[in-house]
Write a protein that binds this ligand. Structure first.
Ligand SMILES: *Cc1c(COP(=O)(O)O)cnc(C)c1O
Length: 368
């Protein structure tokens, strides 16, 4: 029996092959006689799992040697505090607010530094990204924060801003929680990137941080040692016990991603192409109907999280119930936005998107 299609925004769908492998290895990993959950994090078995996960992630996203990869805990929301604790020096930082997540980041950072909004699309209902040449970036800011994919509002930076070209020397910090590994990253434009694993990498509990080496070592006195990037980096993510099982599953996802290939594209490049195709077919089904609507400016539309609305909101419950009976799960929109949201992460097969579109057409025919 095939599994239903799961459109959850997170924790989210994982590749079936990964779940099967984890299931087969649950009681005995690789002849060790132990489940990965039962291993010492300092033992050679787990060390090999962790090192492979790190090097596969580096390979997958072409992360240059000047960056460190840290496996931490606390999720994206904890990073909203951990980043200013490590980078702000209690001084100033600038935020581009394009949805709920970047707004939350600014508010949390304001506990630790002078955190100011450099640009915001809040007045436009978060339907677009303010042009970079209108951003009010301040001289002397310790970093500039963006959320490169707004999971709730469905807004994505199609390319990362080039701060140097804007006359700004501060490092760019990106919250890429909900589109990490969905496309390539131009690391020449990035100082630090963080992602909670539960959207596109693996189970909840693991947070991946990619940080340029020269940004380490400037934490505030009050920064907890377990959240000090210098300490975590010096201890190869083993200062405290890392989320071992989540690292193992994420490692299996990285191996799965590296196996994905299409004609001339491998790994993330193949995923990027597939993700573009999946999202385009859903957006054109929405735009081509008079029944469904997505109001995000087309150039800023997310390829991962696609909010959409029924023009007749009274039919929302009927739509969701019908979807569930067809094995299309977790399509309800975020409570702050309403309507529907389809998250099309890497592990969502093309067939899932096709099944959703077929159902949407059928529902429209029945109710239009
Ligand atoms: C889900 C999400 C977060 C929050 O992650 P937690 O693990 O719940 O702290 C932060 N930023 C973005 C963009 C997200 O999608």
């Amino acid at each position: 029996m095939s599994r239903p299609f799961n459109f959850s925004a997170g924790p989210a769908v994982l590749p079936e092959e990964v779940l099967q492998q984890a299931s087969a290895e649950m009681l005995d990993w690789n002849g060790s006689g132990m489940s990965v959950m039962e291993m010492s994090h300092r033992g050679e078995e787990f060390m090999s799992i962790c090192e492979r996960a790190e090097s596969d992630f580096r390979l997958l996203l072409a992360i240059p040697p000047a960056f460190r990869i840290l496996f931490m805990q606390g999720g994206g929301l904890a990073e909203n505090a951990i980043v200013p604790l490590n980078l702000s020096r209690g001084e100033q930082a600038d935020f581009v607010v394009t949805g709920s997540w970047s707004q939350k980041s600014r508010q949390e950072a304001a506990k630790y530094c002078d955190a100011r909004t450099a640009a915001s699309s809040q007045a436009d209902g978060y339907l677009r990204i303010p042009n970079a040449d209108t951003w009010a970036l301040r001289e002397g800011s310790r970093y500039v924060h963006i959320c490169s994919n707004e999971t709730i509002h469905g807004v994505e930076f199609s390319t990362l801003p080039d701060l140097k070209a804007l006359g700004c020397d501060a490092p760019l910090v990106i919250d890429f929680s909900s589109h990490v590994a969905s496309r390539s990253v131009d690391w020449s434009r990035v100082g630090l990137a963080f992602a909670g694993a539960q959207k596109n990498l693996g189970p909840a509990g693991l947070t991946v941080v990619v940080v340029r080496e020269d940004l380490l070592g400037n934490s505030l006195q009050a920064c907890p040692s377990a959240f000090d990037y210098r300490v975590v980096a010096d201890n190869r993510s083993m200062y405290n016990t890392p989320p071992t099982y989540a690292i193992y599953i994420a490692g299996l996802v990285f191996q799965w991603l590296l196996r994905q290939g299409e004609a001339d594209a491998l790994g993330v490049a193949a995923m990027e192409r597939r993700n573009t195709g999946k999202s385009q077919s859903l957006y054109s089904a929405i735009d081509g109907s008079g029944f469904y609507v997505n109001r995000v400016e087309p150039a800023c539309r997310s390829r991962m999280n696609i909010p959409f609305f029924l023009r007749d909101e009274l039919r929302n419950d009927a739509f969701l119930n019908g979807a569930r009976t067809r094995g299309l799960l977790q399509l309800k929109g975020h409570k702050s936005v309403g309507g529907m949201r389809a998250s099309l992460y890497n592990a969502m097969p093309v067939a899932g998107v096709q099944a959703l579109i077929a159902y949407m057409r059928e529902f429209e025919k029945e109710h239009a």
